[in-house]
Every structure is written in structure tokens, then in C-alpha cells.
Design a protein around this ligand. Structure first.
Ligand SMILES: Cc1cc2nc3c(=O)[nH]c(=O)nc-3n(C[C@H](O)[C@H](O)[C@H](O)COP(=O)(O)OP(=O)(O)OC[C@H]3O[C@@H](n4cnc5c(N)ncnc54)[C@H](O)[C@@H]3O)c2cc1C
Ligand code: SF4
Length: 342
């Protein structure tokens, strides 16, 4: 591992100044992703600026009736919070679906949002990778891409975003609060159309090394979730290769409000299918005001997945994602699923 300095600044402003003024500096939170990447030689910061003691670690009600979650809140504490469990079960379930108990005890909300892709080539410094070394190529397209993106990828990168928590936050219209050299600002996790546009995350395009709209020195301080009536009836489903301690192959976060058999409100986001937590706005538009039936849930899934561009070894994710979406929405609506799953 490359030698590095370690700094415990007195306050967030000093932490921001330390990272802004030094290109090799990085914020350190729980370290469960960053330190792994340093051991692999993928991340080579020359200064770690420890923010664990500086970030808010409380979950507080907002004046609007939602919750403000400090960026320093540990993943375990977030999942265990009674308000989160009762009012936003999709978020508690998503966090519990990630990593292991020990890791969740260390991992913070801010670090979880900014964890890096698990693409094998990204993590192997002996291989080319446009995300790690811009312009070096993307071996995944012709190589191992079973777990990679079917939506939102580009010829330059088809990595997937690994966070479970971020998928739930995307479905819940969460807003990320940031302090930085340019002052404080708030960013939605996802924008007004399918995918990430206008929010925290960026699609890879021809710059896969730029994953977010954050600038150097920007420090995530909190995440706010609005009050959302349908969130009380919400769930997270993660399909993975083994029952625990594995990243998603496909995941779905959904919240549904049905009145008299008709969809009054639906929130849907997909994980492990795109370089970003994928808000499924096209599907939501199909669902609004429609009968809460398996047929309409399938139409909504088809509308979202119409833009998919799978590679040979991950085309199965199309069927898998459709099936999970339909099954989850049926469960949330209390609707019978037809024998053939349609
Ligand atoms: C074996 C294993 C299995 C895992 N399985 C899953 C899984 O199934 N699902 C899942 O979602 N995750 C999984 N994870 C990932 C885990 O959730 C992340 O490592 C963790 O959430 C990162 O949080 P952290 O606080 O440790 O971040 P760190 O590792 O400290 O930081 C991560 C990145 O965020 C930056 N950063 C941290 N805090 C801030 C901030 N406040 N503002 C700006 N930048 C910041 C750091 O500079 C760094 O670039 C797994 C990890 C391991 C090791
Ligand atoms: S998919 Fe992205 S992260 Fe993976 S090898 Fe290609 S450029 Fe690198």
C-alpha cells in the first residue's frame, strides 16, 4: 500500500479545506470501501481526512414531516431506527440486505452512497479500465459482464452501482445535503426522468471516472427523506447469487398506494442494472391511475426496460428485473399473481 498521511480535522470546514487543497487527499468515513481499494492499489490517496467524528450521526424529524439522516449515521443504526422501520420499510430492508453485520456497524450513510463499483476489472490494477485509468479501455464489454449494466451504460463503461441503500433512497425521492468549497447545497439523488439525470449521480458517457456531480472537497453531511404516504407500504427485494454477503444481481425498491383497486401513487427504483441507482420514472408514469393488476405491473416494467441494451451474458437481467418488479408490486397491492407470472 502506498504510504499516506492521516488527519483528524477539528471541524467540517477544516476537513473540506484539507481535501480541496490537496488533489491526493480523500475523506475517510467507515473505511470499509476506501481502505479495501487502497489495499488493492485501486485508490492511492496520500492523505486520509477522517470525518467520522465530524459528521452528524443523528436521525431527526424535519419540519416537513420527513427525516433528516446525518451522513455519519452507521448503516446498522439506520436500519434499526423505529421511525425508518415503520414509515420507510423499504430503506430498512435495503440497508439490511447489504454487506454483513460487522460491516454495517462501520459503514456510514455518506460512504455508502459513494462506494465504488464492484466491476472485476476496476478492482484489478493489472487490467485496463476506463473508470480507473481514463482512456485505457473497457474489457468488460467483451469479457466478464454478467453482473454489469443493462441500462444507462456507454461504450466506455457498463459498471453497476453497488449500493442497496441508494436504490431505496432513489425510490423515496431523497435529497443529499452537501457542504463544499462553494458553500452548502442540496441535490436530489435522482432527477425528473428515468435514471439519474439532474441528481447526485452521473451516467458514464465518455467520462466513466466521473461518477457524481460532486466537486473536489464536497462533503455529504446529511440525507433527507420527505414525508411520503405510500412509503409505509414499501419493500426491497434483492436477487443475489447467495443468500448473504453478496452484491445484488438485480434489486427493486418499491412503494405503492392503491385505492379501490387503482394505483394512486407508485415509486420504483432498480439496483444492479445500471451505473447508478435507477429511478424507474417511465414505469411510474404507466402505473399512475391504472388498475393494480399483474397485467399493468408487467406493462410498467416493460416500459422501463424498453431502453435496456444488455450484453450477451447479462440479457437474463431483463426477465429477472421484470419478474421481480411484477411480483413485488403484486405483493404490495395484495394482487394475485397469475400462474405464468404475467
Ligand atoms: C465484503 C463486503 C460486502 C459488501 N456488501 C455490500 C452489499 O451487499 N450492499 C451494499 O450496498 N454495500 C455492500 N458493501 C459496501 C459497504 O456498504 C460500503 O463499503 C460502505 O457502505 C461504505 O461506507 P464507509 O463509511 O465505510 O465509506 P468509506 O469506505 O469510508 O468511503 C467510501 C467513499 O466515500 C467517500 N466518503 C465517505 N464519506 C463521505 C462523505 N460524508 N462525503 C463525501 N465523501 C465521503 C470516501 O472518500 C470514499 O471515496 C460491502 C462491503 C464489503 C467489504
Ligand atoms: S465496465 Fe467500467 S469499471 Fe468495468 S472495466 Fe469497463 S470501464 Fe472499467
Amino acid at each position: 500500500m502506498r504510504p499516506f498521511g492521516y488527519l483528524t480535522p477539528a471541524d467540517p470546514a477544516a476537513a473540506i479545506a484539507a481535501v480541496t487543497g490537496r488533489p491526493g487527499a480523500a475523506f475517510l468515513a467507515g473505511g470499509t470501501n476506501l481502505v479495501d481499494l487502497m489495499k488493492l492499489g485501486v485508490a492511492t490517496p496520500d492523505l486520509l481526512v477522517d470525518v467520522t467524528g465530524l459528521l452528524p450521526d443523528l436521525i431527526e424529524p424535519t419540519a416537513a414531516g420527513g427525516l433528516r439522516i446525518g451522513a455519519g449515521v452507521r448503516n446498522s443504526d439506520l436500519a434499526a431506527d423505529p421511525r425508518v422501520r415503520a414509515r420507510y420499510p423499504v430503506l430498512a430492508r435495503a440497508v439490511l440486505a447489504g454487506a454483513s453485520g460487522q460491516l454495517r456497524n462501520m459503514a456510514t450513510v455518506g460512504g455508502n452512497l459513494l462506494q465504488r463499483t464492484r466491476c472485476l476489472y476496476f478492482q484489478d490494477v493489472t487490467k485496463p479500465c476506463n473508470k480507473r485509468v481514463p482512456g485505457s479501455g473497457c474489457p468488460a464489454r467483451a469479457g466478464d459482464h454478467r453482473n454489469l449494466a443493462i441500462l444507462g451504460g456507454s461504450p466506455h463503461c457498463v459498471a453497476t452501482h453497488p449500493s442497496d441503500m441508494a436504490v431505496a433512497l432513489a425510490a423515496l425521492d431523497a435529497v443529499v445535503h452537501v457542504e463544499g468549497p462553494a458553500g452548502p447545497r442540496a441535490l436530489p439523488i435522482t432527477g425528473p426522468i428515468s435514471g439519474p439525470l439532474g441528481g447526485l449521480y452521473r451516467l458514464p458517457g465518455d467520462e466513466p471516472d466521473r461518477e457524481t456531480t460532486l466537486e473536489r472537497g464536497d462533503l455529504i453531511t446529511a440525507v433527507e427523506i420527505p414525508p411520503l404516504a405510500c412509503a409505509g407500504n414499501s419493500a426491497y427485494r434483492k436477487v443475489r447469487d447467495r443468500a448473504s454477503y453478496a452484491f445484488a444481481v438485480v434489486s427493486v425498491a418499491a412503494a405503492l398506494d392503491v385505492d379501490g383497486g387503482v394505483v394512486r401513487d407508485a415509486r420504483l427504483a432498480l439496483g444492479a442494472v445500471a451505473p447508478v441507482p435507477w429511478r424507474a420514472r417511465a414505469a411510474e408514469r404507466v402505473l399512475a391511475g391504472r388498475p393494480a393488476t399483474a397485467e399493468w405491473f408487467g406493462r410498467a416494467a416493460d416500459a422501463e426496460l424498453a431502453a435496456a441494451a444488455p450484453l450477451p451474458d447479462n440479457a437474463f437481467k431483463l426477465t429477472l428485473a421484470r419478474n421481480v418488479i411484477v411480483r413485488m408490486l403484486c405483493e404490495l397491492a395484495g394482487t394475485e399473481l397469475a400462474r405464468d407470472g404475467s
